[in-house]
Ligand binder design. Structure first.
Ligand SMILES: Nc1nc2c(ncn2[C@@H]2O[C@H](COP(=O)(O)OP(=O)(O)OP(=O)(O)O)[C@@H](O)[C@H]2O)c(=O)[nH]1
Ligand SMILES: [Mg+2]
Length: 490
């Protein structure tokens, strides 16, 4: 059947993941959803049944009359549906072939194959949800921990939507007031208008700042905290990954240089999602493959939000350890002193390590000088004690302390934040930053004594940027791009 593609034609898609399952769901949305379903269905007349009912029947090939599947069909009439349009959900027996066949029949009967995210896009276009809620739908699907899920659910409830809408309303009111004052200067003075603008800009700026403070946590809950496990070969990095995963994912051997590539896995540490990266042990090597691995380790280290540096406590500190301690010093870091089940030979005092002391002696430095330096700062350590966790990964000793440390690192920021609303993605964060910059320009302009109509431009820009977050002022390309990231059938 020929048809023109419009935004509001009737769309269909398989909404369950591809593969075999007990049930698959084929979804329809649009003006003709009921009629199209009825065209391939035998049972009660779907165009006549009450809304929000589920109906037993069969899907038939209308050309041959053969039964394709035995189904349960949900009929959901507008407007109380996901898309606010008429919707039909056909529950098929979960085979790939039968489900595809049902979809093909619906397409033959006049439906168009939905694009990724198109059902949710319609919910947005029909005004049921705003962009922050649409984004939360995606976050919900991908939530990695209970906590991530809760943030997504709160956002789907419209918490962020309401907050932003209120801020925009505040700005709009002050802009209207300014407009009146410019048009009827006899009623007011410039001074009062300026004061009004300044007060509002300050208030909104404070709220925007509060939201931005939630950004790093929000992003972590959504994407996971990128955590690189680094260290020289054979210290127990892969053992750590496996322990945290409760699974022997990475190869562990006593051969230094076992891991050759970066391995990525998600783990949930007390509600904090970590994107764990097990890396190749960092050392100088002539092995071609290992060399590439070491390069990748350094890259993972550079990009990580958190570094877990593993040292072997049963060995004296090596030059490689020292380099890594220095290279990770500026990063959020946890230093794991592993293999505590063996006799401890690691010395982290800044002045004398076994290796160094002997090197100093060999190079002719006097023992007295070395001793003097050691005495000058007897307790100085290469690593702040607060960053250290002592473990024996093979026995599990010290591992709960590691979890606590990770959870505390993450929670430190959250407890201070006033708001329960969180921004979770780069798009929202970027727009908030732009709104903040415009508000700052308003305040700077006022301080510099700029004319009101120029200051007003910046205030309007802030209003626009906040509008892009909710989608009230979002360009079409952005909306298209955003929904294309969804899965098919959502
Ligand atoms: N005694 C003891 N051995 C450990 C401990 N943790 C790991 N090991 C052993 O140390 C060896 C190296 O462990 P891996 O986890 O492969 O070390 P790695 O850092 O990933 O090594 P590369 O991949 O070569 O860089 C293995 O034989 C482990 O069983 C520990 O806490 N105590
Ligand atoms: Mg390894």
């Amino acid at each position: 059947m020929a048809q023109t593609v419009t935004e509001y034609d009737t769309i269909a898609a398989i909404s369950t993941p591809p593969g075999e399952g007990a049930i698959s769901i084929v979804r329809l949305s649009g003006e003709h959803a009921l009629a199209i379903a009825q065209a391939v269905y035998k049972g009660k007349n779907l165009t006549k049944v009450a809304s929000h009912t589920i109906n037993y029947g069969h899907i038939l090939d209308p050309d041959t009359g053969t039964v394709v599947d035995e189904v349960m069909v949900s009929v959901l009439r507008a407007p109380k549906t996901y898309t606010r349009e008429d919707m039909v959900e056909i529950n098929t027996h979960g085979g790939i072939v039968a489900t595809n066949r049902v979809l093909q029949l619906l397409l033959g009967a006049g439906a168009r194959l939905a694009e990724p995210g198109e059902f949710t896009k319609r919910a947005f276009l029909n005004g049921r949800i705003d962009l922050t809620q649409a984004e939360s739908v995606m976050d919900l699907i991908r939530a990695k921990t209970d906590r991530s899920l809760q943030v997504a659910v709160d956002q789907l409830d419209g918490n962020l939507h309401h907050l932003i809408t209120n801020l925009r309303q505040d700005i709009l009111e002050v802009l209207a007031q300014v407009e009146v004052n410019i048009d009827y200067p006899e009623y007011d003075t410039d001074e009062m208008t300026t004061k009004l603008l300044q007060e509002k800009a300050e208030q909104v700026l404070t709220r925007v700042d509060g939201l931005l403070q939630t950004a790093s946590q929000g992003k972590v809950l959504r994407d996971g905290l990128a955590t690189a496990i680094v260290g020289r070969p054979n210290v127990g990095k892969s053992s750590l990954l496996n322990y945290m995963l409760h699974e022997a994912k990475a190869i562990v051997t006593d051969v230094p240089g076992t891991t050759r590539d970066v391995l990525e896995e998600y783990v949930n540490v007390r509600g904090v999602p970590l994107r764990l990266l097990d890396t190749a042990g960092i050392r100088d090597t002539d092995d071609k493959v290992e060399k590439i691995g070491v390069e990748r380790s350094r890259k993972a280290l550079a990009q990580a939000d958190l570094v877990m540096l593993v040292l072997d406590a049963s060995q004296p500190l090596t030059a490689e350890d020292r380099d890594l301690i220095a290279a990770t010093a500026a990063k959020p870091r946890i230093v794991i002193l592993n293999k505590q089940d063996l006799p401890v030979r690691l010395d982290l005092s800044a002045t004398a390590t076994a290796a160094e002391a002997s090197a100093a002696e060999a190079s002719g430095a006097t023992g007295a000088a070395a001793a003097a330096t050691a005495a000058a700062a007897p307790s100085a350590s290469l690593i702040p004690e607060g960053q250290i966790v002592r473990t024996a990964i093979t026995t599990g000793a010290g591992m709960p302390a590691l979890d606590t440390k990770i959870a505390n690192l993450f929670n430190a920021g959250i407890e201070n934040s006033q708001t329960t609303v969180m921004v979770t993605n780069a798009r929202q964060i970027g727009l908030l930053r732009q709104a903040k910059a415009s508000l700052q320009s308003v305040l700077d302009g006022i301080a510099a004594g700029m004319p009101i109509d120029l200051v007003q431009i910046d205030m309007t820009a802030a209003w626009d940027k906040l509008g892009e977050i909710t989608g009230d002022a979002a360009p079409d390309e952005l909306i298209t791009q955003l929904f294309s990231q969804f899965c098919l059938g959502k």
